[in-house]
Design a protein around this ligand. Structure first.
Ligand code: 5GP
Ligand code: ZN
Length: 114
C-alpha cells in the first residue's frame, strides 16, 4: 500500500532497525520504545487491522508469533519474559493501520494496561 509507513519499511523506502526477516515477516525496533526491548513484528503483506484477517492468513498469524519467540530468544529475554500486544482500531490504541505485533521485554510489565 503506497501511503503505508510499514509497507515503506518493507520496501526499504524508509529505514528500519531490522532485527529479523523471512519471506513473509519483517521485524524492526519501535521508533518510540516502551520497554528496554521493543520491536514490532509485521506481515510483509499489507493487512490493515485484525478485523481484516482472513482464514487463509491463519498460518501467517502463526508466523508472527514464531518470529516473536525467535527474536525474544535472540534478545535474551525468552526466559525472563516479554509481552506481545496487537492493538485494533481506535479503542485498542492502533495508530498505524498495517497490523503489527508489539513485543516488549527486559522490564517488569504491569496489568491491567492503561
Ligand atoms: P500502534 O499504536 O498502532 O499499536 O503502534 C504503532 C507503533 O509504531 C508505535 O509504537 C510507534 O512508536 C511505531 N512507529 C510509528 N512510526 C514508526 C516508524 O516510522 N518506524 C518505527 N520503527 N516505528 C514506528
Ligand atoms: Zn502496509
Amino acid at each position: 500500500m503506497s501511503d503505508c509507513i510499514f509497507c515503506k519499511i518493507v520496501s526499504g523506502d524508509i529505514p528500519g532497525d531490522i532485527v529479523y526477516q523471512d519471506d513473509d515477516v519483517l521485524a524492526f525496533r519501535d521508533l518510540s520504545p516502551q520497554a528496554p526491548v521493543h520491536f514490532l513484528v509485521i506481515p510483509k503483506k499489507h493487512i490493515s487491522t485484525i478485523n481484516d484477517f482472513q482464514p487463509e492468513d491463519a498460518s501467517l498469524v502463526g508466523k508472527l508469533f514464531l518470529a516473536a519467540k525467535t527474536i525474544a530468544k535472540q534478545e535474551g529475554m525468552d526466559e525472563s519474559g516479554y509481552r506481545c500486544v496487537m492493538n485494533c482500531n481506535d479503542d485498542g490504541g492502533q495508530t498505524v493501520h498495517h497490523i503489527h505485533l508489539h513485543v516488549m521485554g527486559k522490564r517488569q510489565m504491569t496489568w491491567p494496561p492503561g
